[in-house]
Design a protein. Structure first.
Length: 229
């Protein structure tokens, strides 16, 4: 349980917190979602995962999508190499955890394992917060309390359980590529929530991500049927 919690929860969340503090949140999120590429490469190098044509094509599509989304941000990030390195470290930690989760021999249901990993990580993060952060005043606005409730119940509740179930039961490359829907939803919702209209690079990146997801999720027989047409 501790071995799985270290990369999946503590490593990812701790490094991501420091990465977001050092970079703009959008850039940090994009760097964090390079995780599928690292999953494919690390799986082939260290975990004996076959580097298939489909996973290679999907990884290249994700690289192209990330490059397009970061096209206007390279200059801004160039002066913050530590933040970039920390956020890439978070993505690497998440990728390693995904590969370990798939190969682990579990005696607990995934739901129980997820809850215990979150509790252990929460205790470790509280200790880190006491060392690095001032004590909070707890005088939050109603909107802030609502955001905290959303994060606890959905982001760190249902979503974590669903994610670890995917990581446990799907091949690592497949589960990793499936989460690339997250930045797509973020890009689309930013138009409604923050009034941020997407650029042409965002549109091409969306196509690349959808191609990556389809490459690993659509069965080979379906691809052959499409090609025959």
């Amino acid at each position: 349980m501790v071995k799985l919690a270290l990369p999946n929860m503590l490593g990812w969340h701790t490094l991501a917190i420091f990465g977001v503090a050092a970079l703009a949140s959008g850039r940090a999120a994009i760097l964090g979602f390079t995780m599928p590429v690292w999953t494919v490469l690390l799986g082939a190098l260290f975990f004996g995962q076959p580097l298939t044509r489909r996973s290679s094509v999907a990884a290249l599509a994700v690289v192209l999508a990330v490059a397009l989304l970061l096209a206007d941000e390279f200059t801004a990030m160039a002066g913050r190499p530590v933040g970039v390195a920390v956020m890439l470290g978070a993505a690497l930690s998440w990728a390693i955890g995904t590969l370990m989760m798939r190969r682990a021999h579990l005696t607990l249901p995934v739901e129980a394992l997820t809850v215990w990993m979150m509790l252990l990580t929460a205790a470790a993060l509280w200790l880190l917060a006491l060392v690095f952060e001032p004590w909070p005043s707890w005088r939050f606005s109603p909107r802030m309390w609502g955001l905290l409730a959303y994060g606890v119940l959905f982001n760190y509740g249902f979503a974590q359980i669903i994610w670890f179930s995917l990581a446990r039961h799907l091949p690592p490359a497949t589960s990793a590529m499936s989460v690339m829907m997250v930045p797509l939803i973020g890009t689309a919702s930013a138009t409604v929530i923050a009034g941020e209209w997407p650029r042409w690079t965002d549109g091409v990146a969306v196509v690349c991500v959808m191609a990556a997801i389809a490459t690993v999720l659509v069965p080979p027989a379906a691809w052959r049927a499409v090609l025959r047409r």
